[in-house]
Unconditional design. Structure first.
Length: 538
């Protein structure tokens, strides 16, 4: 039952091709936009993936291997862009570089109207998404580089390899699984993005699904189009896993960080580039949002902001409780069944996370429409609602189903990381000492899993609060959230009025980022202590 809500939309996406195909709509899409949006999507994936790799892997290698001014601060500041929703950074970038923006006016006054003064929508979308998503690659690459033994690099240098060759021929190949895992997250988020590309008016497959549904009013064709995007994402995941199927990787936690001191102008340049990255991806946009918020302050907007925040918090906390409860229950079920669970079922939550919000909204809408039809035929339920009223579609239930499918995997990961540390013989030893099942849960499992549960819950709350496309398409009437309001205001070019909801979402996003940094610091401290022989005292 816990897996069914995830499987149901996937089955509808596949089953949409067994419905009657509207050849007229498809011919119109093929003739007018389908080829263009497919090329745009591929261009966006390649551009964001390449730039995220350069920024993420490069910054991780610099932090792990070199000592330069500001390194201790930059090690954690480089994670902060994760707190900024892509569509929030997008309207800041559009306010800077769009027609009429500060850069545009200054550049035109100096050089006249040239391509440099007016960056293309593709370039703005690629840079914006890469600045927001590169921390995925940075975090995983940094951890992989930290696990590589300094002795390995010393041996490589003794064999005549220069530092650059050590990176390309030794460190990077060993870190490939972590780098590719981060890249996969970046590509999934890029393919799922709807808000940022909408701000730049850059059509991709996600916007095509939305326009087919709301512009051409054809839900079936929208579903078929969505299934193509879903198939592409699954192909990407399978291809990456098959590419390293025969490869084996080894590594150990490094005994210490073997930092190479970089002095003079090289150290200043290395630190300066990373500070520039942090300023561009986080500090600059936050300052711009604050400036716009002050300039566009309106007491009436503040009253509306409170209502938007209330809707956002209610939906986010409701979904967080549901996701956390389901994650704990599902993980204990999977733990109990062990190898009896088919691998496909165990991977369904991860597949759900790869579904873009617009695709998910279409699949959930069709699924709930079918369930509504079944409920309407139940005799004893027919008098419970008024004629023609929907049970599920257009209500909070539809949103909760979408959040379940999209974010169950995100909630499960920190809980699973805590649960995997609990050895089965711990509960068995407690039973031999006379402890009851309820006592084992209360005194053993709960204290050990509680930190992961809190992290999973807060992560789910913030992810739901930032989620925009599924909320935009499935929300009940009058239930605008901060994310939906940002989309509505930026669609009309109201940058000043969108600044307050944007700042609020960034503050919410800082919560899981802070927890991530805090847990990473604790884990790094314990690792260093163990490697120095003090593991028993930590």
């Amino acid at each position: 039952m816990l897996i069914f809500p995830i499987a149901m939309p996937l089955l509808w996406l596949v089953g949409s091709w067994f419905s009657a195909v509207d050849t007229g709509i498809w011919r119109h899409l093929i003739d007018t936009q389908l080829g263009g949006v497919v090329l745009n999507t591929l261009m966006l994936l390649m551009g964001v993936g390449t730039l995220s790799l350069v920024l993420g892997v490069g910054s991780a290698w610099a932090i792990v291997r070199f000592e330069f001014p500001g390194r201790a601060w930059l090690e954690w500041l480089l994670v902060l862009p994760l707190a900024v929703p892509a569509y929030v950074l997008a309207f800041v970038v559009e306010g800077w570089f769009g027609v009429g923006g500060a850069w545009y006016r200054t550049c035109v006054s100096w050089f006249g109207r040239t391509l440099v003064c007016e960056p293309s929508a593709a370039m703005k979308a690629i840079v914006t998404l890469a600045l927001v998503l590169y921390p995925y690659v940075y975090l995983l690459s940094r951890l992989a580089f930290m696990r590589q033994s300094p002795q390995l690099f010393a041996v490589s240098r003794s064999l005549g390899l220069r530092p650059v060759q050590v990176f390309w021929r030794v460190a990077l190949p060993l870190a490939r699984p972590a780098v590719m895992a981060g890249l996969a997250l970046v590509l999934m988020e890029t393919a799922a993005d709807f808000g940022a590309v909408s701000v730049f008016n850059f059509d991709t497959l996600t916007t095509a699904v939305y326009k087919t549904w709301y512009g051409l009013f054809n839900l079936v064709v929208a579903t078929q189009l969505a299934s193509l995007l879903m198939a592409g994402m699954l192909l990407l995941i399978v291809t990456e896993r098959l590419s390293r199927r025969e490869m084996r990787y080894g590594g150990q936690l490094a005994h210490r960080l073997d930092l190479r001191r970089v002095v003079g102008w090289r150290g200043i340049a290395m630190g300066g580039l990373l500070w520039l990255l942090v300023m561009t991806a986080f500090v600059g946009p936050i300052l711009q949002l604050a400036a716009w918020a002050v300039q566009g302050y309106d007491p009436r907007d503040m009253a509306r902001l409170v209502k938007l925040l209330e809707h956002t918090v209610v939906l986010a906390f409701s979904a967080g409780v549901l996701l956390l409860s389901g994650s704990v229950l599902l993980l204990f079920v999977l733990r109990g069944l062990g190898r009896a669970v088919p691998s496909v079922l165990a991977e369904l939550p991860n597949i759900g996370y790869a579904i873009p919000g617009t695709v998910l909204a279409v699949a959930v809408m069709l699924s709930l429409n079918t369930l509504d039809g079944w409920l309407a035929r139940v005799t004893w339920l027919q008098g419970a609602v008024s004629q023609g009223q929907s049970w599920l579609v257009g209500g909070v239930a539809g949103l909760l189903v979408a959040y379940w499918v999209r974010f169950l995997s995100v909630t499960m990961r920190p809980v699973a990381a805590s649960l995997i540390m609990i050895k089965p013989n711990l509960a068995e030893a407690a039973k031999t000492l006379g402890e009851t099942e309820s006592g084992i849960w209360r005194r053993i499992y709960l204290p050990l899993v509680l930190p992961g549960m809190m992290t999973g819950f807060l992560t789910a709350v913030v992810e739901v609060a930032k989620e925009m496309p599924a909320t935009l398409l499935l929300r009940p009437f009058g239930w605008d959230t901060l994310a939906v309001k940002i989309y509505a205001l930026t669609s009309e070019g109201e940058w000043y009025r969108a600044a307050w909801p944007g700042l609020t979402l960034v503050v919410l996003g800082l919560v899981p980022v802070y927890l991530l940094i805090r847990r990473s610091r604790i884990a790094q401290t314990r690792t260093v202590a163990r490697s120095n022989g003090f593991g028993k005292s930590v």
